[in-house]
Design a protein around this ligand. Structure first.
Ligand code: ATP
Length: 487
């Protein structure tokens, strides 16, 4: 099978050297991602497109390739094509007839040709010749140039003919690593997930910094979203997940800081800490999900005061977006189910939070923090390669993999924690075993209904969510939790 990947138009208007660099990076990114679908995938760049080839004809692999290509930044669209050689215009028609004639029955159609190289015919001549032939020798309803039911698309590239079997929209944006690295402050709600996605799409390797305000449950939730985003859209590059215990900061804020100023000061402490993390890894910008006017700390005055806490650039990709639009994007990119069930870990709640913070007052309040607070929490932070997220949970919780039910406990309950769409698509068929359906995002609120005495085997598609949730259940006192991986 073969795909022709078209560059996002913004790339094609760049200077030659920049364009070449972007194409090279996109080629490498495609290779890195698609080799995970199959090691024999071949990726080859040209000036205005990139071809993806896989010798094996296999429906499942085809679907996986289509799915992955739709998530890689820098792509305008991609065509699934059949490749042929030809000698004459009539050869072109014969190939087109064999491919398309049946699908035209009862429909109007038109033929569109794109051509590269020198030929004895023009594109319009091919359109007329192929269109005329198909009209005569098929059950098509007729040709309609303006509003056809079907558009027959051909691409002729020198001595090769490509018949377009399908066309899919790409993600847009720039290839990852065409821009510099950023550090996304990730709290697990709708906003920070969408903000991170925007930066990945814009071509930034996006690392994650998480300030833990709510213990293991908070950390598990945020790790899951970050891992999901990376695996789905940013897998071509390794990134870090940095977790900083922030309870000591919250404690001091609650004990020492004037109530109205707490929200802005918490954010300033986050920025200061994130700055140190960014400096350590040579990262140039911090990303937040803040949006103008969304909550009290997000007025222009307050954002300005928050910015004064660091010299590092803070980008807020959602600044001008409406909440509903942010939620819609979260639904499209798949982070909404995580956000929906993420409890609010706001750390501090003021009765009357200031909407007009005054820098001098805030700075005076901040004098009350104990010395070296940020250095202390940074010493206790954990830095993870995001690929290790599942593995870290495994070692920490000594979670065992079970390949069969008997291996675990004949009486074990299988917890299918996949999202409902995945469950419906491929339901677990396990006669004689109790299977409970409990999507991962409901586990946090519903685990209390589970009998702690029983053995649970957690099942998900890739084995990462199940490890994280197993760790979470263990921390809630469940002793017999395993990850179920049918052999
Ligand atoms: N615990 C945290 N760890 C890391 N970043 C955080 C944390 N809490 C907040 N932030 C950052 O600050 C931004 C604003 O947070 P705030 O809680 O004011 O708004 P929010 O709308 O609840 O954000 P979100 O929807 O992303 O949770 C977040 O989008 C995120 O970038």
């Amino acid at each position: 099978m073969k795909f022709i990947v078209k560059l996002y138009p913004e790339i094609t208007i760049k200077s030659k050297s920049v364009r070449l660099r972007f194409i090279k990076l996109l080629e490498t990114n495609l290779r890195n991602v698609l080799k995970k679908v199959h090691e024999d995938v071949r990726v080859q760049k040209q000036w205005d497109s990139i071809t993806v080839n896989l010798k094996h004809e296999d429906e499942q692999l085809r679907e996986q390739l289509i799915d992955r290509l739709g998530c890689i930044p820098g792509i305008h669209s991609y065509l699934e094509v059949g490749e042929y050689s030809y000698e004459s215009i009539d050869d072109i028609y014969q190939h087109a007839h064999a491919q398309f004639a049946d699908s035209l029955a009862g429909k109007t159609f038109c033929v569109r040709v794109k051509r590269k190289g020198k030929h004895e015919f023009t594109s319009i001549e091919v359109e007329r010749y192929v269109g005329g032939g198909l009209n005569q020798h098929s059950d098509a309803k007729g040709v309609s140039l303006k509003t056809p039911d079907v558009t027959v698309k051909l691409e002729i590239d020198r001595d090769k003919l490509f018949l377009v079997k399908g066309e899919f929209p790409g993600l847009g944006g720039f290839p990852i690593a065409t821009q510099e690295d950023v550090l996304s402050l990730m709290s697990g709600g709708y906003d920070s997930g969408v903000a991170s996605f925007q930066m990945i799409k814009k071509g930034c390797r996006t690392h994650y910094c998480f300030f833990n305000l709510g213990g293991a449950a908070h950390e598990v939730g945020v790790q899951q979203v970050a891992h999901y985003l990376w695996q789905k859209y940013g897998e071509s590059h390794k990134v870090r997940f940095i977790s900083v215990p922030f309870e000591p900061v919250v404690e001091e804020i609650l004990e020492r800081i004037d109530s109205g100023q707490m929200g802005v000061i918490l954010k300033r402490m986050m920025m200061r800490t994130a700055t140190k993390v960014a400096e350590r890894f040579g990262i140039q910008a911090l990303i937040t999900g803040e949006s103008l006017g969304q909550v009290s700390s997000q007025t222009l005055t307050n954002l300005n005061v928050i910015d004064r806490s660091t010299d590092t650039l803070i980008l807020r990709p959602l600044a001008a977006m409406d909440k509903q639009d942010i939620i819609n994007v979260a639904r499209d990119i798949g982070t909404a189910p995580f956000a929906e069930t993420m409890p609010e870990y706001c750390g501090v709640i003021s009765k009357k939070p200031t909407v007009k913070a005054v820098l001098s007052k805030i700075e005076a309040e901040e004098e009350k923090f104990s010395e070296g607070l940020i250095e202390r929490i940074l010493e206790q932070s954990t830095i993870m390669d995001i690929r290790e997220i599942g593995k870290a949970a495994e070692t920490k919780a000594k979670i065992l993999d079970a390949q069969t039910i008997e291996e675990a406990d004949a009486d074990a309950v299988v917890l299918d924690i996949r999202p409902p769409e995945e469950q419906e698509e491929a339901p677990l068929d396990m006669p004689g075993t109790e299977v409970r359906i409990l999507p991962f995002y409901k586990l946090g609120s519903q685990f209390a209904d589970l009998d702690q005495e029983r053995t649970y085997l957690l099942y998900c598609d890739r084995g990462v969510m199940s490890k994280l949730q197993a760790l979470y259940l263990q921390e809630q006192g469940f002793e017999n939790v395993k990850v179920y991986r049918p052999g």
